[in-house]
Design a protein around this ligand. Structure first.
Ligand code: HEC
Length: 131
């Protein structure tokens, strides 16, 4: 193999490994965020809900780009990219709705927004995992 090819292969491996990290970081942040939000609702701890939402927003921002998401869809599901991307948008919107409802002390509406985030997670996972 020529040096050029070895370098190219190295760069490609590095960029794939990197993209993999983005998914893992994003999902781990959102998972922690969802847990904190749930604990917050169950224990009436608004601060925990707010911290959880922040994590969800950060994690979701890392996994909202169409190009990034598409890499993780199975070959026979690539045509579902718009549906998948919409779930990331839905999470961003729900997170804002949740915060606004917290500001208004509208806790039932806030918890509905939380439930809708969970549904959005499942909607994308259903595509990725071929449920
Ligand atoms: C746009 C698509 C998409 C959305 C939305 C999404 N995920 Fe994921 N998620 C993935 C992909 C792709 C994987 C990796 C493949 C797999 O685990 O089946 C994944 C895997 C995971 C994993 C396992 C991670 C690992 O290291 O194996 C967790 C936990 C997770 N997601 C949490 C969440 C949570 C919580 C939400 C909602 C707040 C969410 N995801 C929303 C696409 C998504």
């Amino acid at each position: 193999m020529k040096l050029k090819h070895i370098l190219l292969a190295g760069i490609m491996t590095a960029s794939f490994a990197n993209a993999d990290d983005v998914m893992k970081q994003s999902m781990a942040a959102m998972q922690n965020g969802m847990t904190q939000v749930q604990q917050g609702f169950l224990n009436n701890d608004v601060k925990s809900i707010r911290e959880g939402i922040k994590l969800i927003k950060e994690g979701n921002a890392k996994f909202s780009d169409k190009k990034v998401i598409k890499q993780y869809l199975p070959a026979d599901k690539k045509h579902m990219i718009n549906v998948a991307e919409n779930q990331a948008r839905r999470i961003a919107l729900d997170a804002t709705v949740l915060e606004l409802n917290l500001d208004d002390k509208a806790y039932v509406n806030a918890s509905n927004a939380y439930a809708d985030i969970m549904n959005a997670c499942s909607r994308c996972h259903a595509i990725v995992r071929s449920w």
